[in-house]
Design a protein around this ligand. Structure first.
Ligand code: HEM
Ligand SMILES: *[C@@H]1O[C@H](CO)[C@@H](O)[C@H](O)[C@H]1NC(C)=O
Ligand SMILES: *[C@@H]1O[C@H](CO)[C@@H](O)[C@H](O)[C@H]1NC(C)=O
Length: 317
């Protein structure tokens, strides 16, 4: 009797072991081939952030804008060529996303230690984690083994990256399309505890006299952002502590002092209670942020034999 089941059982086990041998992300991915990679990258990122503290914000955003287009495959880092329509000039990125040269520099240092081993996508994923830690945010362990794309998709960057003028349902939907929940979306928006926004992206809100904006806050922001002109003037996304990671972003939202329309709408509808929770509990926010960053970093990974390891992040080999 047993013999009759043995053959199908063995074939089932073979199939299962083939499935489990399929490439997957792992925290130990470079341990054998480039054990110093995470340290080299961390030191390089730390140096860039001590030279300019805002770079922490810029790197976290760069990673987000990579992951929302074809997954986290460093597609955003590719320059325009005859065959590649760069994502760098897509509307949400052009004259806005920064930090390309910092990733390129970290990649260069890793290449010196282990040529052709570490992907730009992994460098960027580690950089985002290191950036969080450098400004007082949470740490998390990064699963590695992403491969770099040979393509970019400007069209997808234009459609899939959320707009600061979007309403709550549209924002929830944009994240849902990437497998992220409304709670993930609120936690990840907490990255706006860091960094800056250009005037033209929040002008409508500060001149709206709306009931969802604190009048004193609006009047302060108007000083640096005139009704016409000054489109590129910067204001901090977190009015209280723009250079350190904390939950003040959520406390601002409760006080109707969110800078972007897409920030303030989080304190309405089905996500209002999440904002309240994070505004009162920085630890819950930090833990949820870390978990959501891991989830975001694992959207559609390119693995195994797919994609390449680029020599330089801005071009395919
Ligand atoms: C919920 C939808 C989101 C919208 C509509 C949005 C929109 C924006 C806009 C308009 C800016 C200012 C850009 C500029 O002035 O050029 C910005 C900055 C920033 N965003 Fe978001 N964002 C969203 C979610 C996220 C997420 C998920 C992250 C990362 C996890 C993130 C991280 C950042 C950071 C750190 C900055 C400041 C960058 C810097 O100073 O260089 N954002 N965002
Ligand atoms: C990107 O911005 C530059 C100005 O710095 C502009 O000349 C160019 O047309 C923009 N590209 C796109 C695709 O909008
Ligand atoms: C907002 O209020 C100011 C004066 O309090 C007024 O000058 C302005 O026209 C108002 N703006 C809108 C969009 O209603």
């Amino acid at each position: 009797m047993i013999g009759r089941f043995a053959t199908p059982l063995i074939s089932l086990m073979v199939v299962l072991s083939i499935i489990s041998c399929q490439a997957q992300l792992s925290t130990t991915f470079y341990d054998a081939r480039c054990p110093n990679a995470p340290t080299i990258i961390r030191n390089s990122i730390r140096r860039a952030i001590s030279a300019e503290r805002r770079m922490a914000a810029s790197l976290i955003r760069l990673h987000f804008h990579d992951c929302f287009v074809q997954g986290c495959d460093a597609s955003i880092l590719l320059d325009e060529t005859a065959t590649i329509q760069s994502e760098k000039t897509a509307a949400p990125n052009n004259n806005s996303v920064r930090g390309y040269e910092v990733i390129e520099a970290a990649k260069r240092e890793v290449e010196r230690a282990c040529p052709g081993v570490v992907s730009c996508a992994d460098v960027l994923t580690l950089a985002a984690r290191d950036a969080s830690v450098a400004v007082g945010g949470p740490s998390w362990s990064v699963r590695l083994g992403r491969r770099d794309s040979t393509t970019a998709n400007r069209g997808a960057a234009n459609t899939d990256l959320p707009s600061p003028f979007a309403g709550l349902d549209v924002l929830i939907d944009a994240f849902d399309k990437k497998g992220l929940t409304a709670r993930d979306m609120v936690a990840l928006s907490g990255a706006h505890t860091l960094g800056q926004s250009q005037c033209f992206l929040f002008r409508g809100r500060i001149y709206s006299n709306g009931s969802d904006i604190d009048a004193g806050f609006a009047s302060t922001r108007r000083r640096g952002c005139p009704q016409s002109g000054g489109d590129g003037n910067l204001a901090p996304l977190d009015v209280v502590t723009p250079n350190s990671f904390d939950n003040n972003y959520f406390r601002n939202l409760v006080e109707r002092k969110g800078l972007l329309q897409s920030d303030q709408v989080l304190f309405s509808g089905s996500t209002a209670t999440i904002v309240s929770q994070y505004s009162g509990n920085p630890r819950t926010f930090a833990a949820d942020f870390a978990a959501a960053m891991i989830k975001m970093s694992e959207i559609q990974p390119t693995l195994g034999q797919d994609g390449i390891i680029r020599n330089t992040c801005s071009a395919i080999n």
